[in-house]
Design a protein around this ligand. Structure first.
Ligand code: GDP
Length: 443
């Protein structure tokens, strides 16, 4: 998952601060030196890092922080807020035309994920009860038109194409007219990319822009390319007046530099994040949630939102309450496991839970269906009382559970340890939420 290295480093800086009853100026300086290195290593633009550290330092060295009872926590909160600001502060929403259709022009280099993202965006709009039209304007990349048509078929969205012999400007114009004629309320225009920025490409994009006057010009950039992505965004923005950036491939092991620098360098907000190749792997970008994810505080809100979309709403609410109050029992665990399977790849879900990437043992926990089955067997071998009061499960009980479930004592021990760790992290996190008026952000 993205940001792993950065999260780990920041957490180790903060764990030193967290325990302290008093924090001296030297402590802050030392911590900020480490934060600076961590950010640079994550490939964040050096100027952005410099400004960021200066801002945090200025706030952290204030009297209130030094004299607070939990200075370490206050500093983490400052960093959280500044990271959020760095990524734009609050969610930048997709524009909506006063009079439909809303026209969205997609731009980006070849391979950044433009065509895939066009399809994903159409799907996201459909979920909001909109009727998007996909326009196949990339006539140069072999198979780009076909790719868009396949995506359209998959989500049952219309695709407008005039083949590869008509100019992209004409295709865009006629596509827009087609949307108007057919009462479609969003037009997503896929455009051609190049391996590098060149004049022909920019000229063509400018002409399309002039022809359809888009409400949104979204630049799709590959987060894996780090600073290059930021430079690409900067160059495009100088010529095309972007309205937003879509960061793709955040599911890979990007170090985070692009996500943290792009807004500060270009002034252009990140509007969406793509986290996989599948059609529904696109999410609106929430700076505050991303910040808490980077800090390893998990992304409870995204998880809960995901849960609410896929799971029984009452159950999801109950899950949220239990997580916040750290009342989670093995019974809930079992029930959630079924629900959780519906949410998507398990490692992505674990990433969203607070402390998961830090929790010992969790990091290496590869959960596949077979293992889920074993975990299920262990939990089912517990008595009712054991499930609701896991703390009573002593050595003898563990041996019995292992025998009953056909697993080993080591496996039972591991599961209980992981469960304890998870509960502890949830408790810690909800403490922070309470203490700072919502560390997970608002929305
Ligand atoms: P385009 O040239 O910009 O239109 O790029 P494509 O949409 O064809 O995407 C290039 C490749 O990147 C394809 O193999 C996509 O499946 C892949 N891709 C796009 N977005 C993501 C993403 O968020 N995560 C991952 N892992 N792969 C992606």
């Amino acid at each position: 998952m993205a940001f792993e290295g950065l999260t780990g480093r920041l957490q180790s800086v903060f764990s030193k601060l967290r325990g302290k009853g008093k924090v001296s100026e030297d402590d802050v300086n030392e911590a900020m030196r480490e934060v600076r290195l961590a950010l640079l290593e994550a490939d964040v633009n050096f100027k952005v890092v410099k400004d960021f550290v200066a801002k945090v330092k200025e706030k952290a060295i204030g009297k209130e922080v030094m004299e607070s009872f939990t200075p370490g926590m206050v500093i983490i909160d400052i960093v959280n807020k500044e990271l959020t600001e760095l990524m734009g502060g609050s969610q930048a929403k997709l524009a909506k035309a006063n009079k439909p259709p809303t026209v969205i022009m997609m731009a980006g280099l070849q391979g950044a994920g433009k065509t895939t993202t066009s399809g994903k965006l159409a799907k996201l709009l459909q979920k909001g009860n909109h009727r998007p039209l996909l326009v196949a304007g990339d006539i140069y990349r072999p198979a780009a038109i076909k790719q868009l048509q396949v995506l359209g078929e998959q989500i049952k969205a219309p695709v407008f194409s005039l083949g590869d012999k008509t100019s992209p400007v004409e295709i865009a114009k006629q596509g827009l007219q087609h949307a108007k004629d057919n009462n479609l309320d969003y037009v997503i225009i896929d455009t051609a990319g190049r391996l590098h920025i060149d004049e022909d490409l920019m000229e063509e994009l400018k002409q399309i822009h002039a022809a359809v006057n888009p409400d949104e010009v979204l630049l799709v950039v590959d987060a894996m390319t780090g600073q290059d992505a930021v430079n690409v965004a900067d160059s495009f923005n100088k010529q095309l007046e972007l309205t937003g950036v879509v960061l793709t491939k955040l599911d890979g092991d990007t170090r985070g530099g692009a996500a943290l620098s792009v807004k500060a360098v270009t002034g252009c907000p990140i509007k969406f994040a793509a986290l996989g190749e599948k059609i529904d792997a696109l999410e609106p970008f929430h700076p505050e949630r991303m910040a808490s994810r980077i800090l390893g505080m998990g992304d409870m809100l995204s998880l809960i939102e995901k849960a609410q979309a896929n799971i029984d709403a009452d159950k999801a609410k109950e899950m949220e309450r239990k997580m916040r109050n750290a009342e989670f029992t093995f019974d809930d665990f079992l029930e959630q496991m079924d629900q959780v399977k519906k949410l998507g790849p398990i490692d992505q879900i674990l990433d969203m839970l607070p402390g998961m990437n830090k929790a010992k043992g969790m990091k290496d926990l590869k959960v596949d269906d077979k293992q889920m089955g074993r975990v299920e067997a262990i939990v089912k071998s517990m008595t009712r009382q054991e499930k609701s009061q896991p703390e009573i499960i002593n050595h003898n009980r563990r041996k019995r559970i292992a025998a009953g479930s056909g697993t080993s004592l080591a496996e039972v021990n591991r599961l209980i340890k992981q469960f304890d760790e998870m509960r502890r992290m949830m408790k810690q996190f909800s403490g922070m939420m309470g203490g700072f008026g919502g560390g997970g952000g608002k929305s």
